[in-house]
Design a binder for this molecule. Structure first.
Ligand code: HH2
Length: 256
């Protein structure tokens, strides 16, 4: 899953692909490099990010979505807002990526009505401004698993055709929590739904490697995602598609 942020302020690529033309160009590049789907986001949810009004998120998102849909690759929309999700699904988005973890029941209803799968991501609270203050767990894997399985059950009961589970690396989690989730990702895969891992360029990778510039965290991101794939992750949300495609080609040849 190639990350396409049409934001002015995303932590690693803010402002790069803010116009529909730049987004289209980036999408073409990622598809050529091997992306099987694109994740289009118009609101940064990095720790401390300020909220974006729905009208502004739509103003950023819809032209880019219209530009990339004809490329023929499934497009996921990364949003927490039902107004934004509704407009994107009307236009033809194929998947909903809700970093709010379907806390707003309107999100599941929308996905059910449009018959699209949903990525349910864990965050201790649906608020980037305060989530790091909530980074406290007795057993992070147990708490994340409990949240994801409860939200998955509710989504399927509401008619969502398929759910994908995501532990939400970095969302209200510190290094030790992210490492524990990665080491024990097989426990989340054992819940019986496809798992998505998103560690691309994140602070945890920087803390482990000492690489401070997010755009230069490619090797660390690949290593983290290979670890995730070995523990059952089926979708990897990445900025650096070519590097991951090369690494996975070798991984799959070795592991089958
Ligand atoms: N991470 C980010 C955004 N959306 N969605 C899912 N399902 N899982 C993730 O781990 C995830 C996500 C944050 O990364 P990025 O989009 O690069 O940054 P920003 O939020 O600053 O736009």
């Amino acid at each position: 899953m190639g990350v396409l942020n049409v934001t002015p302020d995303s932590f690693s690529d803010g402002g790069r692909y803010a116009s529909a033309e730049a987004a289209l160009e980036r999408a073409r590049t990622m598809i050529a490099e091997g992306a099987d789907l694109l994740d289009l986001g118009a609101e940064s949810t990095r720790p401390g990010a300020a909220p974006v009004p729905a009208a502004e998120e739509l103003r950023r998102l819809l032209p880019a979505l219209e530009a990339v849909l004809p490329l023929g690759v499934p497009v996921s929309v990364d949003t927490r807002k039902p107004e934004v999700a509704a407009a994107a699904l009307e236009l033809g988005a194929h998947l909903l990526n809700d970093v709010g973890g379907l806390r707003d029941p309107r999100m599941a209803r929308l996905a059910a009505r449009h018959r699209v799968p949903v990525v349910i991501m864990h965050s201790p609270v649906d608020d980037p401004q305060t989530m790091m203050a909530r980074a406290s767990y007795r057993d992070v894997v147990a708490e994340v698993s409990a949240f994801l399985s409860q939200q998955a059950r509710a989504a399927l009961a509401a008619g969502v055709p398929q759910v994908v589970l995501d532990p939400g690396f970095g969302f209200g989690k510190r290094l030790e929590h992210n490492l524990e989730l990665l080491r024990r990702l097989d426990e989340i895969a054992a819940l019986g739904h496809p798992v998505l891992a998103g560690l691309s360029r994140k602070r945890t990778v920087g803390e482990l490697t000492g690489v401070t510039d997010p755009e230069k965290r490619v090797c660390g991101s690949v290593a983290a995602h290979l670890a995730a794939a070995r523990r059952g992750a089926r979708l990897l949300r990445v900025h650096d598609v070519a590097a991951h495609a090369e690494a996975l080609a070798v991984e799959w040849a070795v592991e089958g």
